[in-house]
Design a protein. Structure first.
Length: 191
């Protein structure tokens, strides 16, 4: 059963990867961000995402402690990463709003965690995945989470052209000041 869950979850991640790559390399056929709520693109991306999270969670539980990290230190580090990632992702969703967080057009938000990174929710998700890897010590969950991190790292490359198109110079200026993931905040010159 574990192998089937792994194959199904990995297959869904591959489909998500294909959809993201289409969005990056063929923006006229973009799947992410979706053109509107409840479009086939919206339903496809979110259904696959929920299924991958569910499959990864099941693997973390069912395949618990089958991998190589046996030291006790993994628990406090894993909890910090998992909880910190959830806190950052929640702060990002609260600041941006559920509508915009689901990939739908809204207004450009540059406050809250968006002052420090253009993608706080993605950074939070990466921290969650790293926490799951450490806490579960699951061979299969490690593969699923690592692939998930790759997908998350690619997502901004699908979103940014759309954001430039929608918000124009305001978004371009925001990109000049705030890093994509992590880094030093670029301060505006005064005077």
């Amino acid at each position: 059963m574990i192998a089937w869950i792994f194959i199904a979850t990995l297959s869904m991640e591959v489909i998500l990867l294909i959809l993201i790559l289409i969005s990056i390399f063929y923006p006229s056929h973009r799947v992410w961000p979706p053109p509107r709520g409840w479009s086939w693109q919206f339903i496809a991306v979110w259904s696959l995402t929920i299924a991958v999270i569910t499959g990864g969670g099941l693997l973390a539980i069912l395949d618990y402690n089958t991998f190589i990290i046996r030291h006790w230190i993994r628990f406090p580090i894993g909890v910090i990463l998992f909880m910190g990632g959830n806190a950052l992702a929640f702060w990002g969703v609260k600041t941006l709003g559920a509508h915009a967080s689901s990939g739908l057009r809204h207004r450009l938000v540059t406050t809250g965690p968006y002052r420090f990174t253009r993608n706080p929710q993605y950074i939070g998700d990466i921290l969650i995945f790293l926490g799951v890897i450490l806490l579960s010590n699951s061979f299969y969950a490690t593969i699923i989470c690592t692939f998930g991190i790759l997908l998350i790292l690619l997502m901004p490359f699908a979103e940014e052209p759309w954001l430039r198109e929608v918000y124009g110079e305001e978004y371009i200026e925001y990109c000049r000041r705030v890093p994509r993931y992590l880094g030093f905040r670029r301060l505006e010159k005064e005077g």
